[in-house]
Design a protein around this ligand. Structure first.
Ligand SMILES: [Zn+2]
Length: 218
């Protein structure tokens, strides 16, 4: 009997390992611990957001899967070396500003209740890449001033102009170049995937293999 219990216990641990169910809070990191100079401005930790101006997060602390954090580190290391781009000089280089990273699944339900359009807000029954810690919403900044570069729209502007397919001729050339530059560095240096309807959203291409999580930030 004791042998059988031991066998079941070993089987349980093996299955847990094989199915990837070992992903836990431990596999998440606080992005500032990996990239100290990254700008973090979680809009959902403030009332400055489109979801009825509700404060949906308990703290302006951005967490994500380690895998994604180290990819963003490659991007930030590369951006820091950009001293001149698109007609402007950047004495300390460019950097990323994060508007959203890991998002608790319970918050996804609140958001979908307010804005039930799956083009812009993932259905919480299936979950979003953000609920898995595998997605980020970002823009580019001048590191020396913290100023955001001009982009086609602000964050969470749910319009056609937010899409990567929004026509070039309808955008100012500087804005178009900024959008394309962000995309190329996130894809080519970060190895991430983009989302056609939102210029600010990037994610691990295999993020669906990670579980949906629901813990609040601290
Ligand atoms: Zn997003």
């Amino acid at each position: 009997m004791r042998t059988l219990s031991a066998f079941i216990l070993v089987l349980f641990f093996c299955l847990n390992h094989i199915t990837g169910a070992q992903t836990s809070y431990d596999e998440f990191v606080r992005i500032k611990d990996i990239i100290p100079d990254i700008a973090v401005d979680l809009k959902y930790a403030t009332t400055d957001n489109v979801f009825d101006q509700q404060k949906l997060y308990t703290a302006n602390e951005c967490y994500m899967l380690k895998e994604l954090a180290y990819r963003l580190k490659l991007v930030q290391d590369s951006l820091r070396n950009v001293r001149s781009f698109n007609g402007s000089d950047y004495p300390e280089g460019l950097g990323l500003k994060i508007w959203d990273g890991y998002r608790p699944r319970s918050v996804q339900y609140v958001m979908f209740d307010i804005f039930p359009d799956p083009t812009f807000v993932a259905n919480p029954d299936n979950g979003s890449g953000h609920n898995r810690g595998g997605a980020v919403d970002v823009t580019l900044i001048d590191i020396s001033t913290g100023q955001e570069l001009f982009m086609p729209t602000g964050f969470d502007d749910f319009s056609d102009a937010a899409g990567h397919d929004y026509p070039k001729h309808l955008l100012h050339p500087i804005v178009y170049n900024n959008r394309e530059y962000l995309k190329s560095i996130m894809l080519n240096v970060g190895g991430l995937s983009y989302y056609i309807a939102e210029w600010w959203h990037y994610q691990l291409s295999d993020n669906n293999k990670y579980p949906l999580m629901d813990f609040q930030m601290k």
